[in-house]
Design a protein around this ligand. Structure first.
Ligand code: AMP
Ligand code: MG
Length: 538
């Protein structure tokens, strides 16, 4: 009786599958790697997992699908979201897209290891696309296997949900399931391939459409299909813009620019470095998408990127993310140009990126510093000095901002010693020997200016602290934490994956007993792979 109930709810998901219904599909049905012309997607079936085993699921993501924890804990769920069985109404397909990788046009890429199961409309009328990552090859798999390993899947699963709870726009992760298969990966590209456990993550988003979905049709001069995809996107994901027309294409592009700017401001706020901001990894909804060799800034270093593939150029470093998003938007603008045939309105729309980013960045700084509002006449300089001082010695960004709130601004800054001023931020330093007299004087002077600035605001100390604690998370998914969870999961112990999932549901709360996860990166993690740098191998 009970199992029948569970079975029926998963089979009653309300699949609508508008993408596949309204857009042209690939007439060829054989699942072999090739260039797919004249189609937005190819129908393809996930492969069956020999022994699917649930590692973790997100109850908040499940709620989006009207699923309860009981549903998620059923064997049937594990079978469905490992790709082993299809639920009623599913219509699996992989989409065709291209993209610029590291600044160069790469031609057709596509969902090489992502298979959409279809879109559901939930009880609130929201549309959610379900997508399996790592459930087997598609026509877009090129030379790769279409699979994913546990290591990268733990990282994607945990970070998607952590970002959501941090308030950063992101795709979501419903579940993380071991397939029971082994997958061969050369983790360091050193010619030492090894077997790793295979896994499948089910991702959830209103749409997974990327800049590259438009770029591929523009590159192929298939303006008809370009227009079909854009009209579909506007009607489905941007219905508030009205019926598609040339004017609406421009307002659509402007909205993509604004959303992208908003997302980047959040990344900069929390210290997230995406690592592979290729145009095929940019969502038209302004969502963080494709969690690969991403990382979290520990010591504040704008030059840092976790991605070893980008070690020479540092194209996708933390400090460059705003510029790269702008460049990527330029590529999207180029792609839709044939539907507009005027440069000026596209350029104007791109100005909206710069404006939105600047405004958002100022609000973000005001939040991080606990100011009423950002005042360029005083705060430009205050911020510039802070950013310089943060880089003089290894300073943990997350701890620094979180602890800055603890500095009591009711003191008299001019009659406070350096020790007293710096005491709250002491934990943020990695190398005590770097704290020279000169450095301490400079930081203390900044803290004095900062106190005076907050005093001028007249905001009560506790209100300032509350504001700051809502902008500056205490808990982020530090790179070494994800790695510890992976190490355990590879031994069959999923407890740390689940503990981190729970911890990161409340990143701004104090969470007594969990302070260890808010401490700075331990020394052993400084050079260990997965903890400081990552390759794209996943
Ligand atoms: P990424 O930059 O990792 O988001 O991936 C770039 C392209 O490579 C996309 O088209 C992916 O679908 C594809 N890809 C990455 N890994 C695999 C894999 N293991 N099998 C097939 N395609 C893959
Ligand atoms: Mg990708």
């Amino acid at each position: 009786m009970n199992s029948q109930l569970k079975l029926s709810r998963l089979d009653k998901l309300n699949f609508d599958n508008r993408f596949a219904r309204e857009l042209p599909g690939d007439p060829e049905t054989i699942n072999r790697r090739r260039q797919v012309l004249g189609a937005c997607y190819s129908s393809v079936l996930p492969i069956k997992a020999p022994q699917p085993q649930m590692v973790a699921y997100s109850k908040e993501a499940a709620e989006l699908l009207d699923l309860t924890p009981e549903d998620c804990e059923s064997d049937y769920f594990t079978q469905i979201f490992s790709g082993t069985r299809l639920a009623a109404g599913m219509y699996p397909y992989a989409t065709c897209y291209g993209g610029h990788q590291f600044g160069n046009w790469a031609g057709q890429l596509g969902d090489g290891r992502a298979i959409n199961l279809g879109e559901i409309v939930n009880q609130r009328g929201e549309r959610w696309v379900l997508q399996l990552k790592g459930a087997g090859p598609t026509p877009y798999s090129r030379t790769a296997d279409g699979l994913a390993v546990l290591r990268s899947s733990v990282r994607e699963f945990l970070c998607s949900e952590a970002m959501f709870h941090l308030g950063v726009p992101t795709t979501r992760a419903l579940s993380l399931i071991l397939t029971g298969d082994e997958v061969i990966r050369d983790m360091f590209y050193t010619g030492n391939p090894q077997a790793e456990p295979g896994a499948v993550v089910c991702r959830v988003a209103p749409s997974f459409t990327r800049f590259g979905n438009f770029q591929i049709f523009a590159a192929r001069r298939d303006t008809g299909l370009l227009q079909k995809l854009l009209d579909y996107t506007i009607r489905t994901d941007f219905p508030h813009l009205g019926e598609p027309s040339k004017e609406v294409y421009i307002t659509w592009f402007e909205e993509v620019c604004r959303r992208t700017a908003g997302m980047i401001v959040h990344w900069q706020r929390v210290g997230f470095v995406h690592g592979v901001m290729n145009t095929d990894n940019m969502s038209i909804l302004g969502l963080t998408i494709d969690y690969g060799p991403y990382g979290w800034l520990e010591n504040y270093d704008p030059h840092w990127t976790p991605n070893t593939t980008d070690a020479a150029e540092h194209r996708y470093r933390y400090g460059n993310q705003p510029q790269i998003a702008f460049w990527n938007l330029g590529q999207l603008g180029n792609a839709i140009y044939p539907l507009i045939e005027e440069v000026e309105p596209l350029q104007k729309a791109m100005n909206a990126y710069a404006e939105t980013f600047e405004q958002g960045w100022q609000n973000m700084i005001a939040g991080k510093l606990g100011l009423n509002a950002y005042k360029p006449e005083t705060d430009d300089e205050l911020t510039a000095e802070l950013i310089t001082v943060l880089q003089l010695v290894e300073t943990d960004m997350t701890i620094f901002y979180r602890n800055l709130a603890k500095l009591d601004n009711r003191i008299d800054p001019d009659n406070s010693s350096e020790e007293m001023l710096m005491a709250p931020i002491g934990e943020a330093y990695y190398v005590p020997e770097q704290l020279t007299g000169e450095y301490k004087t400079r930081m203390s002077n900044w803290l004095r200016r900062y106190i005076k600035r907050t005093q001028a605001d007249g905001m009560p100390n506790e209100i300032r602290q509350q504001k700051m604690n809502a902008f500056n998370p205490k808990y982020v998914l530090r790179n070494y934490m994800a790695q510890l969870a992976i190490d355990k999961a590879e031994q069959g112990d999923f407890s740390l994956v689940n503990e981190l999932l729970e911890l990161l549901r409340h990143p701004y709360d104090e969470q007594p007993g969990k302070e260890g996860f808010a401490a700075k990166r331990p020394d052993w993690a400084r050079q260990r792979a997965g903890c400081s740098t990552l390759s794209c191998s996943s």
